[in-house]
Design a protein. Structure first.
Length: 767
């Protein structure tokens, strides 16, 4: 009996040992859980990063694995105080163990687990903490959570076998998120003290290391006293470990926190919206309907068209390296040479911020003061507001994180109404506040959004691309990804259909609704020349043209796609297209308008001119993609009418507010209830477009005076083009003229034809 009992015990022990050995083997070889590539860790940021360059030779940014805001710093360039503080506080036996400190684990188990001493310390080493940072997969079940710790141990042991102690502690400091977008010790030193890591003083190093315990809890911006107490604990640990004397401790502990705070954007670099759009565009996979949500057929259709027609769309997956695998912009060290001009990009960003921050947003905030449902319109019902906010809650990162972590819906909802510390956007920089996540959703919706894009008319080269006011806080790109109703900016396409079919700018058109059942705003009756109807953006005249050339909208829809490259998947042909009821991206709109400047030739957006591999060999070149949208003669007629919009029409503010004297054409656009404000601006060399509106269509100005395109979007173009013209290093001049034959007569009559003057005043700009 005893022999049988002993054999059973040994069998159990052997089984346990065998089981542990098998699990260790599987984890070690990455068959269970996540095992990072040790070779990649040697250069955590830029060994294989692709570099993105501007047309004027500036490094715009890099794409790396994880797309993180980290900058590698050599061990020799980190203040010794930082290393000493980290070791003394987080892992006193760091130089004695091999990744896992079983002495510390045993001590923690006895003192914390058995004796209940909360201050006994933990058993996690610096190497294990680095392993935990690298263990990127989230545990979704109890089983996965139980496996996470041994996986971290194995990663820690592998780290110790592959790297020196100096390299490991450097990687830890490179990886750690010190809050306020300061990932890594270099960004942390820059953000909190405006200096390099090697220049950190004893007190500064102790403060930063103190954040490693819990950066949010010890946030020096929100809780300076709490942070100072934690800093002094670190100093005490340094004294205990023998790194500093008692006198040094007393002197440093008595000093106050002295921050020189300057937050760095997570998207550090030039044109972040453009770079992100380009990254996704190049990495696009072959579109398959099953890979898109059922509700997003539009995205599937547009991606499919791009994949078929644009060599740059999905370039990484369309082309193979010498080893037969697709390219990856995160790992293959490519050099991508774009068409962006950093000067013009800067002017576009400045123009958007100047108009929104100084003028439009303050006016919108003031208008919202007395709205019960602010920032939503007074015309929006409580039920509609509740539905919008419910969608925002369920689409928020917090909802997804908590759902994936196993929280119930009730627990998730309750968390949205508990106050918490957070940093929120303001035009004066990020602001630390205590508010509920629900209130933060409403707060962020109170800011107007915008998009701006500028193309070179004859090549389609994208010179400036601003997808929003702040990429970190408003990541959704309103140039290439966002689609909004275009309002009256669609009218030039309709008018071009008319001139393609024989009409001239001087032909009369009635300003009366052509569809008896419609109540068309501004259709006041009478007849006037086509030129003046477009100048005043009269809706009645547009319905007359629609009925004459495309009664049900089918001809017009097909014309938009065939001639101007505008995709309207899922949009049924309807006469309301003549008033801009359809949703189009800003990038499509700007590209389409190039036909008016470019003798009828429409240029597709050109974002990249060439790509080089890591050896410097050119692996791809890209040229302009063009098609004939309308005849050259029709384009001259359209330029005649679109110049009228600026010279006394709805875009005349460019003349009397921004004092622009040169030849210029354009079109304003405003949708129902002022939900969207548009402006398309044309110079002889550049075509630019701007959109302004709320995150949701129910967030808008209630007054037409402030909510129309001439007030919301036109000023951004005006500010931008003035800056471009003022820069003599750029090839664009205000005195440049449109390429129209000298003796071309848009009306086909003698030059002494005296057109009846249109009685126009600035009050008529409302669309």
């Amino acid at each position: 009996m005893r022999r049988k009992f002993i054999i059973t015990l040994w069998s159990i022990l052997a089984s346990v040992v065998a089981f542990v050995a098998i699990v260790v083997f599987l984890i070690w070889n990455g068959l269970i859980g996540y095992m990072p590539d040790m070779e990649d860790l040697q250069n955590p940021v830029d060994r294989f990063a692709s570099q993105v360059y501007s047309a004027d030779g500036k490094l715009m940014g890099m794409w790396n694995v994880g797309n993180q805001n980290r900058i590698h710093v050599d061990f020799s360039k980190i203040s010794p105080y930082v290393i000493e503080a980290l070791v003394a506080t987080e892992d006193a036996r760091y130089y004695e163990h091999s990744g896992v400190d079983f002495v510390a684990i045993g001590r923690a188990l006895v003192k914390r687990g058995i004796m209940g001493q909360q201050s006994a310390g933990g058993g996690s080493t610096i190497t294990q903490q680095l392993a935990k940072q690298l263990y990127s997969e989230r545990a979704h079940s109890t089983k996965e959570r139980l496996m996470q710790k041994p996986i971290e141990w194995i990663i820690a042991i592998k780290l110790e076998r592959n790297f020196t102690k100096e390299e490991i502690v450097t990687m830890y400091l490179d990886q750690f998120d010190f809050l306020h977008n300061a990932v890594g010790i270099k960004n942390a030193a820059n953000t909190y003290f405006s200096k390099e890591p090697k220049d950190l003083t004893l007190e500064e190093a102790a403060m930063l290391v103190g954040l490693c315990k819990n950066p949010s809890y010890f946030n020096p911006r929100r809780y300076p006293e709490r942070c100072q107490e934690r800093r002094n604990v670190v100093l005490q640990q340094m004294e205990k470990a023998g790194y500093i004397s008692h006198a040094q401790y007393r002197e440093s502990a008595a000093k106050p926190l002295e921050l020189h705070f300057k937050q760095k954007e997570v998207t550090a670099g030039i044109a972040p919206y453009f770079r992100e759009y380009l990254r996704k565009y190049m990495m696009m996979e072959h579109p398959r309907r099953e890979n898109y949500p059922s509700w997003n057929y539009t995205k599937f259709y547009i991606d499919s068209v791009a994949w078929a027609n644009d060599p740059l769309a999905g370039w990484c997956n369309k082309n193979l390296k010498k080893d037969g695998t697709p390219y990856d912009v995160h790992k293959d060290g490519l050099k991508i040479y774009t068409t962006i001009d950093t000067r013009m990009q800067r002017y576009a960003e400045q123009a958007m911020l100047e108009h929104l921050a100084k003028h439009l947003q303050p006016a919108f905030t003031e208008a919202n003061k007395y709205k019960p449902n602010a920032p939503f319109s007074t015309h929006t019902s409580q039920a509609q507001v509740d539905a919008i906010l419910e969608r925002s809650i369920k689409n928020s990162p917090r909802w997804y994180r908590m759902r994936d972590a196993g929280y119930s819906e009730k627990e998730i909802r309750e968390s949205f109404y508990k106050k918490t510390d957070m940093s929120v956007f303001s035009y004066n920089g990020m602001v630390d506040k205590e508010m509920t996540p629900f209130d933060s959703i409403r707060y962020i919706k109170s800011f107007l959004r915008s998009g701006f894009c500028s193309l070179e008319a004859r090549t389609g080269q994208v010179k400036a691309y601003v997808g929003g006011v702040d990429f970190f806080n408003f990541e959704y790109d309103m140039v290439g990804e966002g689609r909004r109703q275009v309002g009256s900016t669609i009218k030039p396409y309709l008018y071009s259909l008319a001139v393609e079919n024989g009409m001239t700018p001087c032909d009369p058109i009635a300003n009366v609704s052509a569809y008896p059942s419609w109540h068309v705003k501004g259709a006041g009756g009478g007849s006037l020349p086509l030129r003046n109807a477009l100048k005043r953006s009269l809706n009645g005249a547009s319905t007359q043209l629609m009925k004459r050339f495309s009664y049900d909208g089918s001809v017009f829809k097909e014309f938009l796609h065939r001639s101007y490259g505008i995709n309207l998947p899922g949009v049924a042909p309807t006469p309301t297209l003549c008033l801009g009821s359809c949703e189009i991206s800003l990038l499509e709109m700007v590209s389409a308008y190039t036909a008016f400047v470019n003798q009828g030739i429409r240029c597709a957006p050109l974002m990249v001119t060439r790509i080089e591999d890591r050896t410097g060999q050119v692996v791809a070149r890209f040229d302009s993609r063009v098609n004939e949208a309308i005849s050259a003669e029709s384009s001259y007629k359209m330029l005649d009418m679109l110049q009228g919009v600026i010279n006394g029409g709805t875009g005349s503010r460019l003349r009397y507010v921004y004092n622009l004297k040169g030849q210029m054409a354009g079109k304003t656009g405003t949708t129902n209830m002022q939900s969207d404000g548009w402006f398309m601006g044309l110079t002889p060399s550049l075509v630019s477009g701007c959109w302004v509106g709320g995150e949701d269509r129910d967030i808008h100005f209630d007054s037409t005076a402030m909510g129309q395109g001439a007030s919301m979007a036109l000023p951004i173009f005006g500010l931008y083009i003035k800056k471009v013209f003022a820069d003599t290093t750029l090839p664009y001049r205000e005195d440049e003229e449109f390429s129209i034959p000298e003796f071309f007569n848009p009306c086909g009559k003698s030059k002494d034809y005296d057109e009846e003057e249109d009685d126009f005043s600035i009050e008529d700009v409302f669309e």
